[in-house]
Design a protein around this ligand. Structure first.
Ligand code: PXL
Length: 266
């Protein structure tokens, strides 16, 4: 199986491609990358970071790939730096996704009910139009709100399901705990373990592991369970071992248990 991860390279801070590559490779699939931007760190909580958009390179890379006849079983798109890049990803899907391939969009927009730096309403609207081309979308609680305008998860899921066959709201706080809300023959809810607080990079670990699980043939429900458990264990480790949350999840030592779960369910 061959996956294309479209995401930025944040050189420090463990997110995006520095997470997608190891997690997808460990899952047992080939992971090629289309970098959207090169940053010294991600934009969450750091100041003074460098940011080099790679729009021109992305086009040249794709033109070369076309001469090689490359095609992908799954394309996973994450952090995109501009509205023009969102439009280009739509083109990448048309040119490089195999017939019957899977398109997964993590609509990276924000957290804690605010946009990440550089994003605004117009960007969210454009992202929604990319979601309309996806088989699976993976908004967090904030992104679900930014895409639909409602904080009611059932209403948000229903709105997203009108756009894409399988929306997955990756962490929804209810009175009795946290749930993944997802759509498969109607609304489904899965209770998941949760730690309070914000953990940078958790969405990228989630999306990468989820794509790996799909490529290994897990059902949506099993993929979400295995992925959520991996993220939870990584978050617990991060709480125990790391003081500065800006540097991402300590997921590395949890890859082995993740793979064990994945193999058991595959
Ligand atoms: O983890 C999401 C993400 C990815 N890439 C960049 C980011 C963020 C969130 O802040 O800034 C560059």
């Amino acid at each position: 199986m061959r996956v294309l991860a479209i995401n930025d390279i944040s050189c420090a801070g463990k997110c995006s491609l520095t997470v997608a590559l190891p997690v997808l490779s460990a899952s047992g699939v080939t992971c090629d990358i289309l970098p959207t931007a090169l940053l010294s760190t991600h934009t969450g909580g750091f100041t003074g970071y460098t940011f080099l958009p790679l729009d021109d390179e992305m086009k040249k890379i794709c033109d070369h790939w076309e001469t090689l006849g490359l095609k992908y079983d799954l394309i996973y798109s994450g952090y995109l730096g501009s509205r023009a890049q969102i439009a280009f990803v739509r083109e990448v899907k048309r040119r490089f996704l195999k017939e019957g391939g899977v398109f997964v969009v993590d609509p990276v927009l924000g957290d804690n009910f605010t946009f990440y730096k550089g994003f605004d309403r117009g960007f969210a609207d454009e992202m929604l139009s990319l979601c309309a081309e996806a088989d699976y979308i993976l908004p967090n609680e904030t992104e679900s709100y930014l895409l639909t305008g409602t904080r009611d998860f059932s209403a948000a899921l229903a709105a997203l399901a009108r756009v894409c066959p399988h929306p997955v709201i990756t962490g929804a706080q209810a009175e009795d705990g946290y749930y993944i809300y997802y759509y498969e023959n109607g609304e489904q809810k899965m209770k998941i373990p949760h730690r309070d607080g914000s953990f940078h990079g958790a969405g990228d670990v989630f999306a990468s592991a989820f794509c790996g699980c799909l490529m290994r043939g897990l059902s949506l429900e099993k993929a979400l369970r295995v992925t959520a458990d991996f993220c939870y264990r990584s978050i617990v480790r991060t709480e125990q071992e790391v003081t500065d949350r800006r540097y991402g999840l300590n997921y590395e030592r949890e890859i082995y248990p993740f793979l064990r779960d994945l193999e058991e369910q595959a």
